[in-house]
Design a protein around this ligand. Sequence first.
Ligand code: SF4
Length: 182
Amino acid sequence: MFDEDSRRLIESLAQRQGFTDVRWVAGEDVVVEQWVRFKCSYACDEYGTRACCPPNTPSVSECRELFHCFEHVAVIHTEKTLAPGEDARSWKREANAKMLELERQVFLAGYYKTLALFAGDCSLCAKCVTTRADCKNPGSARPCPEALAVDVFATVRKLGLPAQVLVERTQAMDRYAFLLVE
Ligand code: SF4
């Protein structure tokens, strides 16, 4: 049974990975929209270059169905300001590795359905590939919520969390990973 103790346990496991801001949303309240998929298909210059992003993802209706399989989604907020010259991809790789470790620990605690979604594209490898079949690390690769047609802005704003369009590389970023759990 998933109860308040379950939440506390997962929040403490998240904290051990350095994730200190964890909020909760029901899977059915995650906002999944067709327009997000269109943005990936027509407004992303990396379309077709990543194994965990569209077109290598399920349909929007299948994505919506996925979130409906989970009563609980931990929304994990990280604020990050890149230092001058800092490589965003290295930072993402490190954060995503921590999410994988969190997923592993939550699974080992008995929450067998647990699934992590990364804050941003997978980035575990220095160079990604164009198809799932060619993924160099398929056991560890995870999509980000946006790749599953999630309107992250709308979802996190419902929780009172910040989400804004950035206009400068030097601005603080609010990044969101999800942990689907039950
Ligand atoms: S594990 Fe590597 S090849 Fe696979 S999706 Fe992630 S970055 Fe791409």
